[in-house]
Design a binder for this molecule. Structure first.
Ligand code: ATP
Length: 137
């Protein structure tokens, strides 16, 4: 098995979708290894999304990701990274397949309800960004 890292983004929390999103995640065979409600500072979000710092939407993304609490979690499953990307659907909910978390709960390309790591390497980096070893089970 391997691991991925996810966040239920501020819009998902504000819109009351924590329970529904976690239900879809666990019903899809992911085991929750670590989880917490937390809020990123501006410095946290700028570091977490550093790969996007030249993109035109970077400022908007940092504003959005810091405006309220998120649920951060590490998930375990065979083929976790790819299977989780399939479960959440395309970045833009207009392009997300029917039944995916973004098709169901995202509002726009920016406010798209959830994050999923894009590689095993980034999953490890992102998980370690949010959790200490003793918080992982
Ligand atoms: P994530 O990394 O959150 O799982 P992703 O890999 O599907 O998303 P990326 O292209 O890596 O998408 O973009 C990272 C995040 O930046 C998106 O999830 C979204 O919140 C935001 N974003 C991407 N494109 C835009 C855009 N055109 N306008 C505003 N925000 C955007």
């Amino acid at each position: 098995t391997n691991r991925t890292f996810t966040m239920i983004k501020p819009d998902g929390v504000e819109n009351g979708h924590i329970g529904a999103i976690l239900e879809k995640i666990t019903a899809s065979g992911f085991r929750i290894v670590a989880m917490k409600l937390t809020q990123m500072t501006k410095a946290d979000a700028e570091a977490f999304y550093a790969v996007h710092n030249e993109r035109p939407f970077f400022g908007e993304l940092v504003e959005f990701m810091t405006r309220g609490p998120i649920v951060a979690a590490i998930l375990e499953k065979e083929n976790a990274v790819a299977d989780f990307r399939t479960l959440i659907g395309a970045t833009n909910p207009a392009d997300a397949a029917e039944g995916t978390i973004r098709a169901l709960y995202a509002t726009s390309v920016g406010e798209n309800a959830v994050h999923g790591s894009d590689s095993d390497e980034n999953a490890a980096i992102e998980g370690a960004f949010h959790f200490a070893g003793r918080e992982m089970f």
